[in-house]
Write a protein that binds this ligand. Structure first.
Ligand code: 1GP
Length: 253
């Protein structure tokens, strides 16, 4: 494990981490810097950077902007092989396990692996699972997703168990950016209780209550994108969500 992953694991015993997500296709360097500062002021823990369409161009500017605004760790959340940069602190090295196209399961990873190695960036091995209604999101459409039904948490668990047996350390349960409904708490709970994977949850989380429910179900990192992109008082938005990430009792890893 690299230093970023180690520091996340230490912190997540007592609180889930709050990650804000920036899409380089939607923000310029100056905006990234401002959001980064406000996110830090509000108590965010991490900045994720990535997107499904057109996120390669502008990636380095977004990272530079975030680093100008705060010292928050930058973790790449790549939508394809062009989502990699040595300017970031780490990257989620992801496989979209419930894709029906092998490119998104292993070919993109094979094409990116030599680049990741040469860059020397910390890679965090992550299974990416898209749950309904995520098939309607850009990630779902681009990724040829066979969505996990909301009523079948056992399928998310089966994929997560397979990931764990393959030696993967993290799972990202995704409902899709801007999803009407976030990943069901039952799904989060089942994966949390039956694997030792670090658990990232994102898509459609736009209120403190939705954060609290998923943290109580065992989430370790909560990802917020659209709610931040919509603007307003970002520091206050982050602060009210971050408050809900404190665990009622320590999590046993
Ligand atoms: C998308 O999980 C992230 O990949 C964040 O989703 O934009 O709905 O917050 P939102």
């Amino acid at each position: 494990m690299g230093p970023i992953e180690v520091s996340i694991k230490e912190k997540m015993v007592r609180e889930a981490l709050l990650a804000i997500l920036l899409d380089p296709a939607k923000v310029d360097r100056d905006t990234s810097s401002k959001i980064s500062k406000q996110a830090k002021d509000g108590g965010a823990d991490l900045v994720f950077i990535g997107g499904s369409v057109g996120a390669g161009y502008g990636l380095n500017d977004t990272i530079k902007g975030v680093k100008e605004g705060s010292d928050l760790p930058v973790i790449l959340f790549p939508g394809n092989v062009d989502g990699v940069s040595p300017l970031a602190d780490a990257l989620l090295f992801m496989s979209l396990l419930n894709s029906s196209n092998p490119y998104w399961i292993i070919q993109a990873q094979a094409l990116a692996a030599p680049v990741v190695r040469r860059m020397g960036i910390e890679a965090i091995p992550t299974a990416y699972l898209i749950v309904e209604p995520g098939e309607k999101s850009a990630a779902g459409w681009v990724g040829w997703v066979n969505p996990i039904p909301r009523s079948k948490p056992e399928i998310a668990l089966a994929y997560s168990m397979a990931a764990e047996l393959l030696g993967i350390r993290w799972v990202y349960l995704e409902a899709g950016s801007g999803a009407e409904k976030p990943v069901p708490t039952r799904t989060v709970l089942l994966v949390s209780e039956n694997t030792s994977l670090g658990l990232i949850v994102g898509g459609g989380i736009k209120s403190p209550e939705l954060v609290r429910e998923r943290v109580n179900a065992g989430a370790d990192i909560i990802v917020i994108g659209t709610h931040i992109e919509e603007g307003g008082d970002i520091a206050s938005k982050v602060e009210e969500m971050k408050r809900e990430t404190i665990r009622t009792e320590p999590k046993h890893l």
